[in-house]
Design a protein around this ligand. Sequence first.
Ligand SMILES: NC(=O)c1ccc[n+]([C@@H]2O[C@H](COP(=O)([O-])OP(=O)(O)OC[C@H]3O[C@@H](n4cnc5c(N)ncnc54)[C@H](O)[C@@H]3O)[C@@H](O)[C@H]2O)c1
Length: 355
Amino acid sequence: MRVLITGHRGYIGAVMAPLLQRAGHQVSGCDSDLYSRCTYDAAGPIVPIPSLKKDVRDLTRSDLQGFDACVHLAALSNDPLSDLNPAVTYEINHRGSVRLAALAKEAGIGRFILASSCSNYGATGEDMVDETETLCPVTAYGQSKVWAERDIAELADERFFPTYLRPATAYGVSPRLRLDIVLNNLVACAVATGRISLLSDGTPWRPIIHIQDISRAFLAVLSASPDKVADQAFNVGRNDENYQIIEIAEAVAKVVPGCKLEVASGAGPDKRSYRVSFEKIARDVPNFHPTWDLHSGARQLYESFVAAGLSQGDFTGSRYFRTSQIKELLTAGVLDPSLRHTAATGGLPEQRSAA
Ligand SMILES: NC(=O)c1ccc[n+]([C@@H]2O[C@H](COP(=O)([O-])OP(=O)(O)OC[C@H]3O[C@@H](n4cnc5c(N)ncnc54)[C@H](O)[C@@H]3O)[C@@H](O)[C@H]2O)c1
Protein backbone atom coordinates (compact mmCIF):
# COMPACT_ATOMS: atom_id res chain seq x y z
CA MET A 1 0.00 0.00 0.00
CA ARG A 2 1.22 3.57 -0.68
CA VAL A 3 0.99 5.21 2.73
CA LEU A 4 1.44 8.88 3.66
CA ILE A 5 2.37 9.40 7.33
CA THR A 6 2.01 12.94 8.65
CA GLY A 7 4.22 13.72 11.66
CA HIS A 8 6.72 11.03 10.57
CA ARG A 9 9.59 12.98 12.18
CA GLY A 10 8.00 12.97 15.63
CA TYR A 11 8.37 10.60 18.57
CA ILE A 12 5.98 7.91 17.28
CA GLY A 13 6.39 8.60 13.56
CA ALA A 14 10.17 8.08 13.60
CA VAL A 15 9.52 4.51 14.81
CA MET A 16 6.34 3.84 12.83
CA ALA A 17 7.66 4.82 9.38
CA PRO A 18 10.42 2.17 9.23
CA LEU A 19 8.10 -0.41 10.81
CA LEU A 20 5.52 0.09 8.04
CA GLN A 21 8.32 0.01 5.45
CA ARG A 22 9.62 -3.30 6.81
CA ALA A 23 6.08 -4.65 6.52
CA GLY A 24 6.22 -3.95 2.77
CA HIS A 25 4.37 -0.63 2.50
CA GLN A 26 5.62 2.20 0.29
CA VAL A 27 5.89 4.96 2.89
CA SER A 28 6.17 8.74 2.43
CA GLY A 29 6.00 11.47 5.05
CA CYS A 30 4.88 15.03 5.65
CA ASP A 31 6.13 16.98 8.66
CA SER A 32 6.95 20.63 9.36
CA ASP A 33 9.75 19.26 11.59
CA LEU A 34 9.06 21.34 14.68
CA TYR A 35 11.55 19.22 16.64
CA SER A 36 14.49 19.21 14.23
CA ARG A 37 16.76 20.24 17.14
CA CYS A 38 15.55 17.40 19.34
CA THR A 39 17.12 14.27 17.93
CA TYR A 40 18.21 11.55 20.37
CA ASP A 41 21.19 10.17 18.52
CA ALA A 42 21.55 7.16 20.83
CA ALA A 43 18.44 5.66 19.17
CA GLY A 44 20.09 5.73 15.76
CA PRO A 45 19.32 7.97 12.79
CA ILE A 46 15.83 8.80 11.55
CA VAL A 47 15.33 6.47 8.60
CA PRO A 48 15.05 8.68 5.47
CA ILE A 49 11.85 8.32 3.45
CA PRO A 50 10.46 10.43 0.59
CA SER A 51 8.94 13.41 2.33
CA LEU A 52 7.47 16.87 2.19
CA LYS A 53 8.61 19.44 4.76
CA LYS A 54 5.29 21.23 5.00
CA ASP A 55 2.68 22.25 7.53
CA VAL A 56 -0.31 19.90 7.27
CA ARG A 57 -2.58 22.96 7.31
CA ASP A 58 -1.02 24.03 3.99
CA LEU A 59 -1.25 20.71 2.12
CA THR A 60 -3.10 20.72 -1.19
CA ARG A 61 -5.05 17.99 -2.93
CA SER A 62 -2.18 17.36 -5.35
CA ASP A 63 0.15 16.64 -2.38
CA LEU A 64 -2.18 13.76 -1.49
CA GLN A 65 -2.59 12.30 -4.94
CA GLY A 66 -1.37 8.74 -5.47
CA PHE A 67 -1.70 7.38 -1.93
CA ASP A 68 -3.93 4.51 -0.78
CA ALA A 69 -3.83 5.43 2.89
CA CYS A 70 -3.06 8.34 5.18
CA VAL A 71 -1.85 7.85 8.76
CA HIS A 72 -2.33 11.20 10.48
CA LEU A 73 0.02 11.66 13.44
CA ALA A 74 0.98 15.35 13.05
CA ALA A 75 -0.39 17.31 16.00
CA LEU A 76 0.46 19.33 19.06
CA SER A 77 0.67 16.27 21.11
CA ASN A 78 0.28 16.78 24.79
CA ASP A 79 -1.83 18.47 27.39
CA PRO A 80 0.52 21.25 28.61
CA LEU A 81 1.53 22.07 25.02
CA SER A 82 -2.12 22.43 24.04
CA ASP A 83 -2.77 24.71 27.02
CA LEU A 84 0.05 27.02 25.84
CA ASN A 85 -2.18 28.17 22.96
CA PRO A 86 -5.57 26.42 22.77
CA ALA A 87 -6.55 28.34 19.60
CA VAL A 88 -3.57 26.99 17.64
CA THR A 89 -4.18 23.54 19.09
CA TYR A 90 -7.73 23.54 17.72
CA GLU A 91 -6.47 24.92 14.40
CA ILE A 92 -3.93 22.10 13.94
CA ASN A 93 -5.42 19.12 15.80
CA HIS A 94 -9.10 19.71 15.04
CA ARG A 95 -9.67 21.86 11.95
CA GLY A 96 -6.34 20.89 10.33
CA SER A 97 -7.16 17.18 10.74
CA VAL A 98 -10.68 17.54 9.35
CA ARG A 99 -9.41 19.56 6.38
CA LEU A 100 -6.72 16.93 5.72
CA ALA A 101 -9.28 14.12 5.84
CA ALA A 102 -11.53 15.99 3.38
CA LEU A 103 -8.59 16.55 0.99
CA ALA A 104 -7.58 12.89 1.33
CA LYS A 105 -11.10 11.83 0.40
CA GLU A 106 -11.11 14.18 -2.62
CA ALA A 107 -7.74 12.77 -3.69
CA GLY A 108 -9.20 9.24 -3.68
CA ILE A 109 -7.44 7.97 -0.54
CA GLY A 110 -9.54 5.14 0.89
CA ARG A 111 -8.11 4.64 4.37
CA PHE A 112 -7.50 7.43 6.84
CA ILE A 113 -6.24 6.64 10.34
CA LEU A 114 -6.40 9.47 12.86
CA ALA A 115 -4.06 9.32 15.86
CA SER A 116 -6.59 10.21 18.51
CA SER A 117 -5.95 9.56 22.20
CA CYS A 118 -7.16 7.96 25.43
CA SER A 119 -6.97 11.56 26.77
CA ASN A 120 -10.44 11.87 25.26
CA TYR A 121 -11.78 10.10 28.36
CA GLY A 122 -10.46 12.83 30.65
CA ALA A 123 -11.37 12.14 34.25
CA THR A 124 -13.27 8.87 34.53
CA GLY A 125 -11.59 7.50 37.66
CA GLU A 126 -11.71 3.87 38.81
CA ASP A 127 -14.22 2.34 36.40
CA MET A 128 -12.94 0.67 33.23
CA VAL A 129 -14.13 2.67 30.18
CA ASP A 130 -14.58 1.41 26.63
CA GLU A 131 -15.17 3.16 23.31
CA THR A 132 -18.87 3.68 24.07
CA GLU A 133 -18.08 5.86 27.11
CA THR A 134 -19.09 9.53 26.98
CA LEU A 135 -15.93 11.51 26.25
CA CYS A 136 -15.03 14.11 28.90
CA PRO A 137 -11.71 15.67 27.91
CA VAL A 138 -10.23 18.00 30.50
CA THR A 139 -7.71 19.79 28.25
CA ALA A 140 -7.67 21.54 24.86
CA TYR A 141 -5.62 18.59 23.58
CA GLY A 142 -8.28 16.03 24.50
CA GLN A 143 -11.05 18.28 23.23
CA SER A 144 -9.30 18.82 19.89
CA LYS A 145 -9.09 15.05 19.34
CA VAL A 146 -12.74 14.51 20.29
CA TRP A 147 -13.87 17.15 17.78
CA ALA A 148 -11.53 15.77 15.08
CA GLU A 149 -13.07 12.29 15.47
CA ARG A 150 -16.61 13.69 15.42
CA ASP A 151 -16.15 15.78 12.27
CA ILE A 152 -14.05 13.28 10.31
CA ALA A 153 -16.81 10.72 10.94
CA GLU A 154 -19.09 12.94 8.82
CA LEU A 155 -16.89 12.17 5.81
CA ALA A 156 -17.14 8.38 6.08
CA ASP A 157 -18.90 6.62 3.21
CA GLU A 158 -18.56 3.50 1.06
CA ARG A 159 -15.23 4.73 -0.43
CA PHE A 160 -13.67 6.61 2.51
CA PHE A 161 -12.91 4.59 5.64
CA PRO A 162 -11.63 6.66 8.55
CA THR A 163 -10.53 4.94 11.76
CA TYR A 164 -9.85 6.72 15.05
CA LEU A 165 -7.13 5.08 17.11
CA ARG A 166 -6.91 6.15 20.73
CA PRO A 167 -3.50 5.06 22.02
CA ALA A 168 -2.72 4.91 25.71
CA THR A 169 0.18 7.08 26.91
CA ALA A 170 3.23 6.12 24.89
CA TYR A 171 6.70 5.10 26.09
CA GLY A 172 9.89 3.73 24.57
CA VAL A 173 13.08 4.73 22.81
CA SER A 174 12.80 6.75 19.58
CA PRO A 175 15.20 8.94 17.57
CA ARG A 176 12.81 11.78 18.47
CA LEU A 177 12.66 10.91 22.16
CA ARG A 178 10.21 12.68 24.48
CA LEU A 179 10.74 12.88 28.24
CA ASP A 180 7.41 14.61 28.95
CA ILE A 181 5.39 11.38 29.07
CA VAL A 182 5.09 9.40 32.23
CA LEU A 183 7.29 6.29 31.97
CA ASN A 184 10.02 7.98 29.91
CA ASN A 185 9.99 10.87 32.39
CA LEU A 186 10.29 8.72 35.50
CA VAL A 187 13.10 6.54 34.11
CA ALA A 188 15.00 9.61 32.87
CA CYS A 189 14.53 11.35 36.23
CA ALA A 190 15.85 8.28 38.06
CA VAL A 191 18.89 7.91 35.77
CA ALA A 192 19.75 11.64 35.60
CA THR A 193 19.12 12.60 39.24
CA GLY A 194 19.09 9.37 41.25
CA ARG A 195 15.54 10.18 42.38
CA ILE A 196 12.02 9.58 41.10
CA SER A 197 9.98 12.66 41.93
CA LEU A 198 6.21 12.35 41.67
CA LEU A 199 4.46 15.65 41.19
CA SER A 200 0.99 14.19 41.77
CA ASP A 201 0.01 11.91 44.65
CA GLY A 202 0.36 8.87 42.39
CA THR A 203 -3.29 7.77 42.56
CA PRO A 204 -4.47 8.59 38.98
CA TRP A 205 -4.94 5.71 36.54
CA ARG A 206 -3.09 5.77 33.25
CA PRO A 207 -2.84 3.04 30.59
CA ILE A 208 0.54 2.92 28.84
CA ILE A 209 1.82 1.37 25.60
CA HIS A 210 5.14 1.07 23.79
CA ILE A 211 5.55 3.10 20.58
CA GLN A 212 6.41 -0.06 18.65
CA ASP A 213 3.09 -1.56 19.74
CA ILE A 214 1.25 1.66 18.75
CA SER A 215 2.92 1.35 15.34
CA ARG A 216 1.81 -2.30 15.10
CA ALA A 217 -1.77 -1.24 15.80
CA PHE A 218 -1.71 1.23 12.89
CA LEU A 219 -0.14 -1.47 10.69
CA ALA A 220 -2.83 -3.98 11.67
CA VAL A 221 -5.65 -1.49 10.97
CA LEU A 222 -4.20 -0.75 7.50
CA SER A 223 -4.77 -4.38 6.54
CA ALA A 224 -8.00 -4.97 8.50
CA SER A 225 -11.27 -5.49 6.71
CA PRO A 226 -13.05 -2.12 6.25
CA ASP A 227 -16.28 -3.56 7.64
CA LYS A 228 -14.48 -4.02 10.97
CA VAL A 229 -12.62 -0.70 11.16
CA ALA A 230 -14.37 1.91 8.98
CA ASP A 231 -15.74 4.79 11.04
CA GLN A 232 -14.74 3.01 14.25
CA ALA A 233 -12.81 4.18 17.30
CA PHE A 234 -10.41 1.77 19.01
CA ASN A 235 -8.52 2.16 22.24
CA VAL A 236 -4.94 1.01 21.64
CA GLY A 237 -3.27 -0.82 24.48
CA ARG A 238 -3.68 -3.86 26.76
CA ASN A 239 -6.06 -4.31 29.67
CA ASP A 240 -3.23 -5.45 31.95
CA GLU A 241 -1.23 -2.27 31.21
CA ASN A 242 -3.52 0.08 33.15
CA TYR A 243 -1.56 1.36 36.16
CA GLN A 244 -1.79 3.92 38.89
CA ILE A 245 1.12 6.33 38.54
CA ILE A 246 2.58 5.13 41.85
CA GLU A 247 2.79 1.57 40.45
CA ILE A 248 4.72 2.88 37.43
CA ALA A 249 7.10 4.73 39.76
CA GLU A 250 7.62 1.61 41.90
CA ALA A 251 8.40 -0.45 38.80
CA VAL A 252 10.98 2.14 37.72
CA ALA A 253 12.54 2.08 41.20
CA LYS A 254 13.07 -1.68 40.77
CA VAL A 255 14.77 -1.26 37.39
CA VAL A 256 17.07 1.70 38.22
CA PRO A 257 19.48 0.63 40.97
CA GLY A 258 19.83 2.88 44.02
CA CYS A 259 17.22 5.49 43.11
CA LYS A 260 14.94 7.04 45.70
CA LEU A 261 11.17 7.44 45.23
CA GLU A 262 9.80 10.79 46.45
CA VAL A 263 6.22 12.07 46.42
CA ALA A 264 6.28 15.90 46.43
CA SER A 265 4.86 17.15 49.73
CA GLY A 266 1.33 18.48 49.41
CA ALA A 267 0.97 16.87 45.97
CA GLY A 268 -2.66 16.39 45.05
CA PRO A 269 -4.08 14.05 42.43
CA ASP A 270 -3.70 14.89 38.73
CA LYS A 271 -7.23 15.55 37.39
CA ARG A 272 -6.63 13.28 34.37
CA SER A 273 -7.36 9.71 35.41
CA TYR A 274 -8.72 6.97 33.19
CA ARG A 275 -8.71 3.19 33.24
CA VAL A 276 -9.35 1.83 29.78
CA SER A 277 -10.65 -1.38 28.20
CA PHE A 278 -8.77 -2.62 25.14
CA GLU A 279 -11.09 -5.52 24.38
CA LYS A 280 -12.50 -4.06 21.16
CA ILE A 281 -9.15 -3.88 19.33
CA ALA A 282 -8.21 -7.38 20.52
CA ARG A 283 -11.54 -8.69 19.17
CA ASP A 284 -11.91 -6.76 15.89
CA VAL A 285 -8.28 -6.29 14.83
CA PRO A 286 -6.89 -9.78 15.51
CA ASN A 287 -3.58 -9.05 13.70
CA PHE A 288 -2.66 -6.62 16.49
CA HIS A 289 -0.27 -8.34 18.92
CA PRO A 290 1.34 -5.97 21.44
CA THR A 291 4.54 -7.37 22.90
CA TRP A 292 5.88 -4.81 25.41
CA ASP A 293 4.94 -4.17 29.01
CA LEU A 294 5.85 -1.76 31.81
CA HIS A 295 8.82 -3.85 32.96
CA SER A 296 10.42 -4.52 29.55
CA GLY A 297 9.78 -0.88 28.55
CA ALA A 298 11.37 0.53 31.71
CA ARG A 299 14.38 -1.71 31.14
CA GLN A 300 14.74 -0.61 27.47
CA LEU A 301 14.67 3.05 28.52
CA TYR A 302 17.07 2.50 31.43
CA GLU A 303 19.64 0.68 29.29
CA SER A 304 19.41 3.31 26.54
CA PHE A 305 19.78 6.26 28.94
CA VAL A 306 22.76 4.68 30.72
CA ALA A 307 24.47 3.90 27.40
CA ALA A 308 23.81 7.48 26.20
CA GLY A 309 25.06 9.03 29.45
CA LEU A 310 21.78 10.95 29.96
CA SER A 311 22.64 13.92 32.18
CA GLN A 312 20.79 16.26 34.55
CA GLY A 313 21.10 18.92 31.82
CA ASP A 314 19.28 16.64 29.37
CA PHE A 315 16.55 16.18 31.94
CA THR A 316 16.13 19.86 32.79
CA GLY A 317 16.73 21.26 29.28
CA SER A 318 14.23 21.82 26.49
CA ARG A 319 15.33 19.23 23.97
CA TYR A 320 13.11 16.37 25.09
CA PHE A 321 10.20 18.42 26.42
CA ARG A 322 7.78 19.52 23.70
CA THR A 323 6.32 22.54 25.54
CA SER A 324 9.73 23.98 26.51
CA GLN A 325 11.04 23.42 23.00
CA ILE A 326 8.12 25.24 21.37
CA LYS A 327 8.40 28.14 23.86
CA GLU A 328 12.11 28.45 23.02
CA LEU A 329 11.44 28.45 19.25
CA LEU A 330 8.74 31.12 19.67
CA THR A 331 11.01 33.33 21.79
CA ALA A 332 13.84 32.99 19.26
CA GLY A 333 11.49 33.86 16.38
CA VAL A 334 12.08 30.52 14.64
CA LEU A 335 8.32 29.91 14.77
CA ASP A 336 5.60 32.52 14.33
CA PRO A 337 2.59 32.48 16.69
CA SER A 338 0.74 30.10 14.34
CA LEU A 339 3.69 27.69 14.80
CA ARG A 340 4.81 27.97 11.21
CA HIS A 341 8.52 28.35 10.53
CA THR A 342 9.82 31.86 9.87
CA ALA A 343 13.00 32.47 7.85
CA ALA A 344 14.86 33.21 11.12
CA THR A 345 17.03 30.66 12.86
CA GLY A 346 17.03 32.67 16.10
CA GLY A 347 20.74 31.92 16.39
CA LEU A 348 19.77 28.67 18.08
CA PRO A 349 22.46 26.02 17.87
CA GLU A 350 21.59 22.58 16.53
CA GLN A 351 20.82 20.45 19.62
CA ARG A 352 22.52 17.16 18.90
CA SER A 353 24.63 15.28 21.36
CA ALA A 354 25.12 11.76 22.56
CA ALA A 355 21.96 11.77 24.65
N1 LIG B 1 2.93 10.28 22.66
C1 LIG B 1 1.80 9.84 23.24
O1 LIG B 1 1.76 9.46 24.42
C2 LIG B 1 0.53 9.76 22.43
C3 LIG B 1 -0.55 9.05 22.97
C4 LIG B 1 -1.73 9.02 22.24
C5 LIG B 1 -1.84 9.66 21.03
N2 LIG B 1 -0.76 10.34 20.53
C6 LIG B 1 -0.91 11.01 19.24
O2 LIG B 1 0.04 10.48 18.33
C7 LIG B 1 0.50 11.50 17.45
C8 LIG B 1 2.02 11.57 17.45
O3 LIG B 1 2.45 11.87 18.79
P1 LIG B 1 3.99 12.03 19.12
O4 LIG B 1 4.17 11.66 20.55
O5 LIG B 1 4.82 11.37 18.10
O6 LIG B 1 4.14 13.62 19.00
P2 LIG B 1 5.42 14.52 18.59
O7 LIG B 1 5.17 15.87 19.12
O8 LIG B 1 6.66 13.83 18.97
O9 LIG B 1 5.36 14.51 17.00
C9 LIG B 1 4.42 15.24 16.27
C10 LIG B 1 5.04 15.52 14.90
O10 LIG B 1 4.08 16.26 14.16
C11 LIG B 1 4.71 17.36 13.56
N3 LIG B 1 3.74 18.46 13.45
C12 LIG B 1 3.07 19.08 14.45
N4 LIG B 1 2.26 20.02 13.96
C13 LIG B 1 2.41 19.97 12.60
C14 LIG B 1 1.82 20.68 11.53
N5 LIG B 1 0.92 21.64 11.75
N6 LIG B 1 2.20 20.38 10.26
C15 LIG B 1 3.12 19.40 10.02
N7 LIG B 1 3.72 18.69 11.00
C16 LIG B 1 3.36 18.98 12.28
C17 LIG B 1 5.87 17.74 14.48
O11 LIG B 1 6.89 18.41 13.77
C18 LIG B 1 6.31 16.37 14.98
O12 LIG B 1 7.33 15.82 14.19
C19 LIG B 1 -0.18 12.80 17.89
O13 LIG B 1 -1.33 12.99 17.08
C20 LIG B 1 -0.59 12.51 19.30
O14 LIG B 1 -1.71 13.26 19.68
C21 LIG B 1 0.42 10.40 21.20
